[in-house]
Design a binder for this molecule. Sequence first.
Ligand code: PLP
Length: 390
Amino acid sequence: MPQIAQRVSQSTKKSYGMYDRARKLAATGADLIHLELGRPVDDTPDHIKQATIDALRAGHVHYDDMQGNPLFREALASKLASFNGINASADEVLVTNGLTQASFCAFMALLNPGDEVILLDPYYPQHVGKIELAGASCVRVPLDAANGFSIRADWIEAAITPATRMIVLVNPCNPTGRVYSREELQSLADVAIRHDLFVVSDEVYEYITFDAPHISIATLPGMRERTISLFAFTKAYAMDGWRLGYAVADTAFMPALRTIATSAVTHVNTFIQYGGIAAVNGPAQRLEEMVSTDRKKRDLVVSRMNQMPGVRCASPEGTIYAFPDISDTGIAAQSLAERILDEAGVVVEAGSFYGASGEGHLRICFGSQTEERLSEAMDRLARFFNDRVD
Ligand SMILES: Cc1ncc(COP(=O)(O)O)c(C=O)c1O
């Protein structure tokens, strides 16, 4: 039999965490509450749907500009200036199928086989497979739980070798919920500049911050020209199924990014980009309501989890995830997540799924359920932790 390509069989991306185990259990009729997938519970706002339907009816059904609809890219350039403080022209924006395609383009366009890429551990695991598909390898630099998972520039610097080419930053951070401060970002930027590295900055949770403002690392001095900033409509606009995102980079990199993008899918769906225009130009109130609901859910999860024996839950500054410390239970995170699924019917991820530094933690997505259902999940978890027999 012919064999599949080595680049696929050698990739370490073999698992979707608890997803498969939960699916099997759900097929037996179990009543599960899903707090594992980062899928917003809300519906996409009506004005976005209506603009998309209007575009479809108006005949926007053909190939558009390969880099993305020019009107859409203009709207994104305005948003980048007003919300992120990034001065980018429409030519420096590439529209993609979600952030996933944007990151794939960045890794494939910028990495050579043998290159090393620094990930801050805990990290977003889906980046790993793409980096490895590009022939590069991941160097995991631990963040310290005892230090609130802050960026340690000295640890990053210690991991740099002549093969290091890039640092991947996820800010706000999935899974820890950290929103990095200007000082932390500056310390990382200093290392990137000193060693002439690219930074790929995944900002899919840019709007979902509770206590600290989101800062795009591309706005720091000397960073714009070496940073590929990645965004998507996925989380804040509850558009995960639409598949709409974008990459922002210096024009020098755009031909390479476009080459990769168009090799895989040629274009992003034409009429959906009109929904994107409506989202960007639409009322800010919708985003504010969404963040305020997520804040309530965050507060609920943090206060409930801190009452459970063996659990210490820091308050995430952003994202839709809590990352409680369960090390006092003495049970490994994966075993605990499996027991919670089997015994309490709640699906959570083991922190160790996000790297060695995530051991001793669970990742709980509070944005994926209504407040009522989240509250029921907390009741189930409270029963589990109170009754737990080791
Ligand atoms: C950090 C991070 N990056 C990227 C993605 C994927 O985004 P998209 O669905 O827009 O491809 C997610 C989704 O959970 C995420 O958490």
